[in-house]
Ligand binder design. Structure first.
Ligand code: FEO
Ligand code: CA
Ligand code: CA
Ligand code: CA
Length: 680
């Protein structure tokens, strides 16, 4: 998420939703100078942003002297018709736009689809554009602030691949609290005095499962379908994996630490090889407060403080501490009587089976507890472990990989495979190699590093007590990664796996707080305002390998920004493809890489956008520009790639027809007028 559009800041003063909470100072190599000498991929612009970066000058300051006449790169100009790669980008690039509408290439059409408030279940309550729907009604309508999404063909469980009917599952990351209510939130001396407003806010978060069907060429919701479902910040769910039953997850709601309520700040997601949906819990810390001193390390390392984003904990009513649970202060005599551990039930990947509408979502704790942006699975191979990757989107946080203990068998595979396995964190070495460092008490290196850290200061945390069990390691995933010397990244957002080569790509959206003495080869720019995309190949082509080879795919930036590999510019950005703050990332079935942005929407970039890239040639073309004020996030398509769904989050005053002050986040359906493959 971007840090804009949180207008309840006047209540809480909490507008730093992605705080720097990693002060561990991890830097795998001490010699910064030699690191710079050895880096293979650098960013240049005109006279050389890499040099400028070394001198502490922003690359953006070089706009005026950039030169884009260096055309020996492989990025094709619009209309060149591709450059020989197996993937085509056969559309005319869209130019930067300030229009308050979605712009797509000639020959394409974009249509608003399932915006916030669309009734999808229960009594199908009609949407009230002025914000007057109740909390109970919101629980039966599409949530706000669309983000990651996946289309599941309706017949996929029986081996089909329908492109005419399916389940579109969508995350709703957070809310525009002013747009949600008729006159914004009611707050009296910091207290939320209208409980139904809070109920509605919690209901506007979460996930929507929407059964959709194309009839006579027109997509629509299947009214009355048993699959249509809302999962919200209040839905009961199970704790699974090593933290199930753990002492530190005991609450007044679940004395045996097997359950919790709700999922929040669901940013991106990942479809599993067995056709369920994992929703990520990203900036969940901001919903909780804790007045205890000192804070437990599992709260401090995540930035939990004494205020909350929406002050839900001040609401009264509800059942069994429904609102009080957002206050994690130790109030009663013991943990089974209060909600001191409630934040320990957040920070996970949450599995939802969209084909089982009565099923309880499951928090898969073996995948770690941090600010999960999303998750991306490697292709599953019969008899091999299941492997997935997840980034922790805060400044200087890490990229993780999970490898299941049990092998994948298509006939029997389920989310239970995610309850047992090894969580690794990435170290990107300066020479282009990388290592996956196990975060496991079964790993001798981990135990050794942990024991060596006892009694020392790890970042801001005084590490006096070793992790007692694997549950504690996972509860403190970030701290465990600090101890192992993982590489602090420039805010890892989405990942994607190239279906043709198996390479894994991740966006590193930006990090303006990285200083010159904090750069490393994988994050080579101080004051990284525009971000970059990194990629790697696992050694031996084995996703479960513990080492890999990496490089930087592209640096984002202004026209003239060059991505230079071994002295040669392999991409030079121009008006057809300048972008900043890459965030959403997705490979379509052909191997086209789609890049979405959540960055500066000022000149020269203008409104946030989605681009398509050829991963082989690094040709990049802008395909889609969103309306004013939005971020473009979330993309999926039907198997035949003729219907694409794209998320528009926090638009300023869109779509047309919205009531004044009540913009609507929405999915957008993109089709090609000739019915062809999107982007081809
Ligand atoms: Fe929710 Fe990191 O974007
Ligand atoms: Ca967002
Ligand atoms: Ca972002
Ligand atoms: Ca994001």
């Amino acid at each position: 998420m971007d840090q804009k559009h949180y207008s309840i800041e006047h209540i809480t003063g909490d507008h730093e939703h992605e705080p720097v909470v990693n002060h561990s100072g991890n830097r795998p190599f001490q010699s910064v100078l030699s690191a710079r000498m050895e880096r293979r991929t650098v960013m240049k612009g005109g006279v050389g942003a890499a040099l400028a970066s070394l001198m502490g000058v922003s690359a953006l300051g070089l706009v005026g002297c950039s030169s884009d006449d260096d055309d020996d790169d492989s990025a094709e100009q619009p209309g060149d018709g591709g450059s020989g790669g197996s993937v085509t980008l056969g559309f005319e690039a869209v130019m930067p736009s300030t229009a308050n509408e979605v712009v797509v290439p000639a020959g394409y059409t974009a249509t608003v689809f399932l915006p916030w408030g669309t009734p999808i279940t229960g009594s199908y309550p009609e949407f009230q554009p002025d914000g007057t729907n109740t909390g109970a009604q919101q629980e039966e309508q599409v949530g706000m602030h669309h983000d990651g999404m996946t289309f599941y063909p309706i017949d996929v469980k029986t081996g089909g691949n329908s492109s005419e009917e399916g389940l579109l599952v969508m995350n709703h990351e957070y809310i525009d609290i002013d747009a949600l209510h008729q006159n914004g939130p009611t707050v009296d001396a910091g207290v939320r005095t209208v409980t139904d407003e809070v109920r509605k806010e919690i209901a506007a978060h979460g996930v929507s499962v929407c059964h959709i069907r194309k009839t006579d060429g027109v997509w629509d919701l299947v009214f009355g379908s048993e699959y249509n479902r809302r999962i919200t910040g209040a839905t009961e769910m199970d704790i699974r994996g090593p933290l199930r039953g753990h002492d530190k997850l005991v609450t007044a709601f679940s004395n045996d630490a097997t359950a919790t309520r709700g999922t929040l700040n669901n940013c991106s997601m990942g479809p599993t090889p067995w056709n369920t949906y994992l929703a990520a819990e990203e900036n969940w810390h901001g919903y909780f407060k804790n007045d205890d001193t000192p804070l437990p390390r599992e709260h401090a390392r995540h930035g939990i403080g004494t205020g909350t984003r929406y002050a839900w904990e001040t609401a009264t009513g509800g059942t069994n501490g429904e609102y009080e649970r957002f206050n994690a202060t130790s109030i009663e005599a013991s943990a089974d009587l209060d909600y001191r551990h409630e934040p320990n039930t957040y920070g996970y990947m949450v599995e939802i089976d969209p084909f089982a509408p009565e099923s309880r979502p499951k928090k898969r704790t073996a995948l770690g507890r941090f600010g999960h942006e999303g998750v991306i699975f490697a292709p599953a191979t019969e008899g091999e472990p299941v492997v997935c990757y997840s980034g922790d989107d805060s400044r200087f946080e890490y990229i993780y990989k999970f490898v299941s203990a049990q092998p994948y068998h298509a006939d029997t595979a389920s989310g239970d495979l995610l309850d047992e396995g090894t969580l690794y964190v990435a170290r990107f070495n300066e020479d282009g190699t990388g290592d996956w460092l196990a975060l496991s008490l079964d790993d001798a290196d981990f135990v050794s590093a942990m024991n060596a850290a006892v009694g020392t200061q790890v970042g801001d945390i005084q590490f006096d007590t070793p992790f007692a069990d694997q549950g504690e390691v996972l509860l403190n995933t970030r701290l465990a990664a600090d101890i192992m010397g993982a590489t602090p990244m420039d805010r890892p957002e989405w990942g994607a796996v190239d279906p043709n080569t198996g390479e894994v790509y991740f966006t590193l959206t930006n990090n303006t707080q990285r200083t010159e003495d904090q750069v490393n080869a994988a994050n080579p720019n101080a004051n990284n305002e525009t971000g970059h995309i990194i990629r790697w190949s696992e050694d031996g082509g084995d996703y479960a390998a513990t080492s890999f080879q990496w490089d930087i795919f592209v640096f984002a930036g202004v026209a003239g920004t060059e991505t230079v590999v071994d002295g040669e510019a392999v991409v030079t950005l121009d008006e057809s493809n300048i972008f900043n703050s890459p965030d959403g990332l997705w490979f379509d079935g052909s191997g086209r890489l789609w890049i979405q942005t959540d960055g500066s929407d000022a000149a020269p970039y203008q409104n946030n956008m989605m681009l398509a890239a050829n991963p082989e040639t690094r040709e990049i073309k802008r395909f889609f520009v969103g309306p004013v004020g939005c971020e473009v996030t979330g993309v999926t398509s039907t198997p035949d790639q003729t219907s694409m769904f794209v998320g528009i989050q926090h638009p300023e005053s869109w779509p047309a027809g919205s009531a004044a002050g009540h913009p609507r986040s929405s999915a957008v359906l993109v089709t090609k007028d000739d019915g062809g493959v999107i982007g081809a």
